[in-house]
Design a protein around this ligand. Structure first.
Ligand code: CA
Length: 202
């Protein structure tokens, strides 16, 4: 018996397997501090699979270290997860890590303005988020444009900041995958249905 759901699963699995690799996209300890100005973010290159983003942010001696970086997802690619990894640190109960994302190659939002309406999404990540995918939470950030599911091909600029006084480390894994191509699956399904019709006629 023909099961289209199984066929789709096969395609999804093939896409996931073809993108399986791990890489450090940026490590501030070796690559340097991310840009501190949203309108001139550091350019980062993401590949298919796992992309580690490792950094430190916060406030020392009244100086705020905000981290801004941008990347472009090629046609047919999508950002399907941001996993917060162990090694991310927090500055006590009041220490809240902030992550925000804006569409395009710049972050134009005033970091002290408190207006998230131009953001695609944001989230205050915390200890409970370790080893979980925070992308869905980012998409639900209050007052932002919002999104559901993966971010499709295009340019995005991220802003990460520990909002308490002191320095905190963050370790995140940006998961990139190939967008499943329903058109091919549908064509194959149509072909299989056609075969079934021919068999009935025969
Ligand atoms: Ca930094």
């Amino acid at each position: 018996m023909f099961k289209p759901s199984l066929l789709l699963c096969a395609f999804l699995s093939a896409g996931a397997l073809s993108g399986a690799q791990a890489a450090t996209a940026w490590d501030e300890s070796t690559s340097g501090d991310f840009a501190n100005v949203g309108t001139s973010p550091t350019g980062v290159s993401l590949g298919l699979g796992s992309n580690l983003i490792l950094g430190t942010t916060g406030r020392t001696d009244g100086v705020v270290d905000r981290d801004y970086f941008t990347f472009t997802l090629a046609d047919g690619w999508q950002l399907d997860s941001i996993t917060l990894l162990p090694g991310t640190t927090f500055l006590g109960p009041s220490g809240l890590g902030f992550i925000g994302v804006q569409a395009g190659s710049q972050m134009t939002v005033n970091p002290t303005g408190g207006d998230p309406s131009a953001l695609l999404g944001w989230w205050h990540y915390n200890e409970n988020d370790i080893n979980t995918d925070i992308l869905p939470l980012v998409g639900q950030g209050g007052g932002a444009i919002g999104f559901v599911g993966a971010l499709p091909a295009g340019s995005y600029t991220f802003w990460i900041q520990e909002t308490a006084t002191g320095l905190a480390d963050y370790r995140m894994d940006f998961g990139v995958s190939v967008v499943p191509e329903p058109s091919i699956a549908l064509m194959l399904m149509a072909g299989l249905v056609g075969v079934g019709v021919l068999r009935r006629r025969g």
